[in-house]
Ligand binder design. Structure first.
Ligand code: SF4
Length: 357
């Protein structure tokens, strides 16, 4: 859809409304020859009442509901599978209109009222981080803003629970799909009603994308998946380091901060014998010293090769704590991430569209 005009291809395909802005819904009703107020009605049913079908829209006449159903559908995603972890985490497998698959995760926290949705921004991923199951899938395509927003709406419709936080940490590198991701953030804020401060965009370090996001001046949290403080290790774990070196990346964070004034989150995966040494903890502390940030340590969640062997080992609790103590000498708050959904492969780095494997 361009400039709020409806563009659909192929012609026979129904237009998905969940994920459209009010202006886009107005363009849709205009094209159908309907009065403008119908767009507001559709908007309320989709975003406030989480309607899953036109049948539920009881203040629209039966004829109109039928007409709408011929031309449009509610969501663009078809739920293919749902797995629920013993900690309550829900992992969804969604089919897109072209049958490609993506995963999204809903996380609940006992100490927090609001729920967090982790959304995918691409089918597969080209970055190929060495510990990540999505990277092994390779890159297939970018998701549209509608497909990103409809992950949140589909989760709300299925679970009956309001999503309060959205993290772009599912499949794909959001800042290699920057324009659609930015459009989806605006839609989450303006259509779905999620506060910008409750949205986190996580990047492996795509410098042009960080600069583009800074220009947009939306109050989201930026998370950098740093994963190693030295070039040699980072090139192995996050291969895109060859294109975007660490020093320039840190400079882009400072630029981002000078515009946004928001605290950045530094994500750091702890891989035994690879990224968890005392020297690396000290180097990390030094690297981020002049950046306003929190450090979030992620003990490695197992991902397996075809013969079922894990690619890395997780460091012991003692090693994790030693690393956290040394890194906190930077004066930053250092936390060790709470594990969510590891038993259903829904944790960080584990999403790979294969259930029960
Ligand atoms: S961690 Fe993120 S950026 Fe890296 S391969 Fe996985 S999905 Fe892509």
């Amino acid at each position: 859809m361009e400039g709020n005009k409806i563009s659909q291809s192929p012609k026979s395909e129904k237009l998905a409304l969940s994920g459209l802005s009010l202006a886009e819904l107005e363009a849709f009703v205009k094209e159908m020859g309907l009065p403008k107020f119908r767009a507001k009605q559709l908007h309320t049913w989709i975003y406030s009442k989480w309607a899953g079908s036109f049948e539920q829209m009881t203040d629209l006449g039966a004829d109109l509901r039928l007409k709408l159903a011929e031309r449009a559908k509610i969501g663009s995603l078809e739920q293919k599978h749902l797995e629920v972890s013993k900690d309550g985490t829900r992992k969804y497998l969604f089919a897109l209109p072209d049958k490609k698959l993506v995963e999204s995760v809903l996380m609940t926290f006992q100490d927090r009222d609001s729920l967090s949705a982790c959304v995918s921004s691409q089918v597969g991923c080209a970055v190929g981080c060495s510990f990540c199951a999505t990277g092994y899938l390779g890159f297939k395509r970018n998701l549209s803003s509608t497909e990103i927003v409809d992950q949140v709406m589909s989760i709300q419709r299925e679970s009956g629970k309001r999503v309060g936080n959205v993290v772009y940490m599912g499949q794909g590198e959001p800042l290699l799909n920057t324009e659609n991701v930015i459009e989806s953030i605006h839609k989450l804020i303006e259509q779905v009603g999620i506060g910008g401060r409750h949205i986190t965009v996580s990047t492996s370090g795509i410098i042009p994308g960080i600069r583009r996001l800074a220009k947009e001046k939306i109050p989201v949290t930026l998370a950098l998946s740093l994963h190693a403080p030295d070039t040699m290790t980072r090139e192995e774990v996050v291969p895109i380091t060859k294109q975007y070196p660490i020093a320039e990346l840190m400079e882009s964070l400072r630029e981002y901060q000078s515009v946004s004034n928001r605290r950045i989150t530094i994500e750091y995966v702890l891989l035994a014998g690879v990224t968890d040494s005392a020297d690396q903890a000290r180097e990390l502390a030094e690297l981020v010293r002049d950046i306003n940030c929190n450090i979030n340590l992620i003990p490695y969640n197992p991902t397996f090769d075809e013969s079922g062997v894990a690619y890395y080992d997780r460091p012991s609790i003692d090693v994790q704590r030693r690393f956290a103590n040394l890194a906190s000498r930077s004066g930053k708050t250092v936390t060790i991430r709470l594990e969510r959904g590891t038993d259903i492969n829904a944790a960080c780095g584990q999403l790979h569209n294969a259930y029960g494997k």
